[in-house]
Design a protein around this ligand. Structure first.
Ligand code: FAD
Length: 406
């Protein structure tokens, strides 16, 4: 590793999974990194997180996979069930077979455990400093560097500024002239709780007409993470009438016993809205660039938002290390590598969500197609988890999943 004096100094805005993976990846390449986080402490909200082998490989490269595996669960399979009958529609073998095929396991974990590992890994390099209570409100740049201003009036300068500040990124507003994030009509209720007897080490998806329930064990298998989602047309997303707990129980009334039982473990006091954005290039702007949800927020259906942020972080660190004296070019190269990939994941995530929520004849045809796949046929996942550059599926152009109200 070259000394920090010959590497760009990096200022990362946002201390989430994307921000600290960036800090770790840059520090491991000898760069000094300063992280500014708005919140009073470095903390993840929500509960469970799935990481595909594409992210697992990167955690290995960054030297923190073993630490993650101390509390993560390695599910044996991914299974899709009919939400109404409980009938199994499809299973993919995860476990050892998937890990061997793609060079890293599929893991599920508590978000807080992952963030803590990334934070500790970053600090252990001796090249990362992190400050909380620093809300960035402005970014400026010139030929020599970039400077951010925080709400408390402090300013911080570096060779490059990376906006890893999430969905409503303040840095994005300085870089891209675009609209508000798109809100979904699908609401989310989450609920990690004690794992009932007999629940297998699996990622389980119950698919229904305009709804789903996803569950998987976390924290060494002691807790079960549950996520229920359904489409509500009662009022505007976020309003008092939209997606109330009463509607949740109504929508799931015909589902099978295990699904209805799971609803009682959800935190009904917190309803989550779901946002994303249509893929939009222009993340790199001189010495400032976007990363993670700030660049490409996506729906959760392929469980890839954090994984894509990690892919960004590693690609960004490599680009900066390759062109230490020309960060502007490095940031352009980073976007050139990452934009097509992240955009494909965003589009396919929307497509997969539509497929999961089919009803009627569409659902019958979907189930027929899925039931003809074998459990160890990973060809459909090659583009997402593999290293061979398999082309991403192209959802039909005439289906614009970014129209209002989906
Ligand atoms: C229900 C649900 C389930 C999901 N499941 C998965 C999954 O299984 N697998 C997966 O890979 N992804 C999943 N995702 C997506 C994943 O959570 C996100 O893509 C990921 O957390 C994005 O990380 P980030 O660091 O880019 O942004 P964030 O996690 O949003 O972090 C941004 C950070 O920036 C800080 N910040 C914001 N503004 C400022 C400012 N002005 N100044 C300073 N700091 C600021 C914030 O406080 C925050 O700490 C899921 C998402 C949802 C909603």
């Amino acid at each position: 590793m070259a000394g920090p004096e010959s590497r760009p100094h990096v200022l990362v805005i946002g201390g989430g999974i994307g921000g600290f993976t960036t800090a770790l990846a840059c520090a491991r390449r000898g760069m000094s990194v300063h992280v500014l986080e708005r919140a009073p402490e470095i903390k993840e909200i929500g509960a469970g997180l799935q990481l595909g082998p594409n992210a697992g490989r990167l955690l290995g490269e960054l030297g923190v996979l073993d630490s993650v595996l101390r509390t993560a669960v390695l599910p044996e399979r991914f299974v899709i069930l009919d939400a109404y009958t409980g009938r199994e529609i499809y299973q993919a073998r995860f476990g050892q077979a998937l890990a061997e095929r793609f060079g890293a396991p599929y893991t599920v974990m508590h978000r807080a455990d992952l963030l803590d590992t990334l934070l500790q890994g970053s600090l252990a390099t001796g090249l990362v400093t992190a400050f909380t209570g620093k809300e960035v409100v402005g970014v400026e740049q010139d030929a020599r560097g970039a400077t951010v201003t925080c709400a408390d009036g402090s300013t911080h300068s570096a060779d490059v500024v990376i906006g890893a500040d999430g969905l409503r990124s303040a840095v994005r507003r300085e870089v891209l002239d675009d609209s508000e994030p798109a809100v979904s009509r699908y609401a989310i209720y989450r609920g990690p709780g004690p794992r009932p007897e007999g629940v297998e080490d699996a990622v389980t998806l119950y698919a229904g007409d305009g709804l789903h329930l996803m569950q998987y064990p976390i924290q060494g298998g002691e807790l079960l993470n549950r996520v229920a989602s359904f489409r509500s047309d009662r009022g505007a997303p976020g309003s008092d009438t939209w997606a109330t707990p009463e509607e949740l129980f109504e929508k799931f009334a015909d589902t099978c016993d295990p699904v209805r039982e799971a609803l009682h473990h959800l935190d009904l006091g917190k309803r989550w809205e779901q946002f994303d954005r249509k893929p939009m290039p222009g993340w790199a702007h001189g010495r400032v660039a976007l990363l993670g949800d700030a660049a490409h927020p996506m729906r959760q259906y392929l469980a890839q938002g954090a994984g894509q942020a990690m892919e960004d972080a590693v690609a960004l660190a490599a680009a900066l290390a390759d062109s230490p004296d020309d960060p502007v070019t490095a940031l352009k190269e980073y976007e050139g590598i990452r934009f097509p990939r992240a955009a494909a994941v965003q589009r396919n995530t929307r497509f997969f969500g539509e497929m999961v929520h089919l009803g009627g004849v569409g659902a019958v045809l979907r189930d027929f197609a899925f039931s003809s796949l074998t459990a160890d046929d990973y060809s459909l996942a090659e583009w997402l988890y593999g290293t061979g550059g398999a082309p991403a599926p192209q959802p039909p152009a005439r289906l614009d999943f970014y129209t209002e109200g989906r």
